[in-house]
Design a protein around this ligand. Sequence first.
Ligand SMILES: [Zn+2]
Length: 206
Amino acid sequence: MIKNIVLDFGHGGIDENGNYTTNGKKHTFPNGETAYEGVINRRIGGMLRSFLRMLDDDYNIITTVDENDPRDLSLSYRVRVANQFPGSQTIFISIHNNAFNSKARGFEIYTTRGVTKSDALAESIANSIEPYYKDLSLKLRYDTTDGDKDKEAEFYVLRRTACPAVLVECLFFDNAEDYALLKDPEFVKEISWRMFEGIRNYLKAQ
Ligand SMILES: [Zn+2]
């Protein structure tokens, strides 16, 4: 029985002096505008948290860092937050956005390699996001060669957490069209809602 939902907002935010607390993880467009991944992650993650708080059952909703806290906390700290709860009663969702060559676009969701207890959570979130992304003609960057939609990578926060854990790359913040969506409050609300529904469906199936 899952009791604890740990949300992790990747990277840092903008501190009181107006400085981004993360090295890299930002992109400046030709028009001079800069996208900060950590700021976007907090915006989407904060919305997701507000939806999760509406769950009827008394789930314990935890964030590794508050969306208004600009600190870029270490990966080991983020994992410790999750691992203070029993792995069998907890799920961990890390919110990120991608960057590559300013041309790549779309959605990815990661688990560790092989068949894992995280696969069902990843599949449920992907299934919930899929129709919305199809409506927007957004790319779903799945790896279905192993029979499921998640991609697999040994990210620290996935490898070291004891509970089912997924890492979501919502869109590419270094792509102008994806970034326009990431700035759109309607998109932020909808993708957060879709993630919420994916999590809720997963919880119902437990
Ligand atoms: Zn990231």
